[in-house]
Design a protein around this ligand. Structure first.
Ligand code: UDP
Length: 328
């Protein structure tokens, strides 16, 4: 039986990856420090004999007993609100955390897949973004802590591959959504869904002309799985190329939820990318992958998930309090 270590296992993508690997007959070791992750996302796995969980911060030395065949490094705050609140941890998990996991991969002779992001393209001047584009990132802006940590992560991963011959894979993840997104993480989909369910107006930042392309989580996880098992070393974009402006998206949510709330406009956050759409030619050619779930279908599942939350969860304080972690 192959074993896989998944960091960020209690997070949105990490928890879906745990499910995917369990369903495909792997032994899964989940690891998370639970700053942004939530055990609720993986509690259904605790009774499974092929699932183990370590409450650990990967910026500290990582030890896992026994054999490890694959490592997926998905630990990181991943929403603008989170990494603005815990900037140092965001930098550390992408740099020190990645270094520790590359070291572990070398020790265990494991193949390692690193979760990178469309944020490495920054506010892109090329559209759509292909893997060959080097990006337009403001290193010292508020998003720089995430963007540069992820860019460093790609560099050190390629260095381990070239210098130590480590088997590495890099996925550049574009906006992904689905059940288990944290309601209060500030991202646009949980924000709009929470607002619709609480009977609040929908907050569109800027004039809403900025675009995003949203990928359903099942498609994303399938792409990551295929990339891990492929023999392609350079970064691969995984995302859904179907692009929409945030204003049109807000209108779609109003229709889907049947809310009679209005759209209200708030200032556009600094360095908010104006457009984002993945060029997925590589994923199609190399992995034979492309997204299958339409936004209408994916959003329906996602709304059902948010509807299933308790009143307490729905009205819990707007953003998570990270104050105790800022002393770390
Ligand atoms: N956004 C918005 N209203 C919100 C939250 C976000 O209009 O309540 C916008 C945000 O400015 C950005 C887009 O939606 O242009 C996607 O934001 P998100 O935080 O989900 O992801 P990212 O900016 O990292 O793509």
């Amino acid at each position: 039986m192959k074993s896989v270590l998944i960091t960020g296992a209690a997070g949105f993508l990490g928890s879906h990856l745990c499910d995917k690997f369990i369903d495909n007959g792997y032994k899964v070791i989940g690891m998370d420090n639970l700053i942004t992750g939530d055990l609720k996302n993986i509690e259904h796995l605790f009774k499974n004999e092929y699932f183990d969980f370590y409450h650990h911060d990967v910026t500290k030395f990582v030890h896992v007993p026994g054999k490890v065949d694959y490592i997926l490094h998905f630990a990181s705050p991943a929403s603008p609100i989170d990494y603005l609140k815990i900037p140092i941890q965001t930098l550390k998990v992408g740099s020190l955390g990645t270094h520790n996991l590359l070291g572990l991969a070398k020790e265990k002779k494991a193949r390692i897949l690193i979760a990178s992001t469309s944020e490495v393209y920054g506010d892109p001047l090329v559209h759509p973004q292909s893997e060959e584009y080097y990006g337009n990132v403001n290193t010292i802006g508020p998003r720089g802590v995430y963007d540069e940590a992820k860019r460093f992560q790609e560099s050190i991963t390629m260095a381990y591959h070239r210098f130590h011959g480590l088997e590495t894979r890099i996925v550049r993840i574009f906006n992904t959504y689905g059940p288990r997104m944290r309601l209060n993480d500030g991202r646009v989909i949980p924000a709009f869904m929470g607002q619709a369910l609480r009977g609040e107006d929908l907050t569109v930042f800027g004039d809403g002309s900025q675009t995003r392309s949203f990928c359903y989580v099942d498609d994303q996880v399938d792409g990551i799985y295929k990339l891990l098992l492929s023999d392609y070393v350079l970064p691969v974009n995984i995302g859904n190329p179907h692009e929409i402006s945030i204003l049109d998206f807000a209108k779609e949510i109003i229709k889907l939820t049947g809310t009679d709330q209005k759209i209200v406009y708030k200032p556009l956050p600094k360095d908010d990318p104006l457009q984002r759409q993945p060029d997925i030619t590589k994923a199609k050619e190399i992995l034979g992958w492309e997204p299958k779930v339409s936004r209408a279908e994916g959003m329906k599942h996602t709304y059902e998930y948010f509807q299933s939350l308790t009143e307490e969860e729905l009205f819990r304080s707007e953003h998570k309090d990270f104050s105790k972690h800022n002393r770390l």
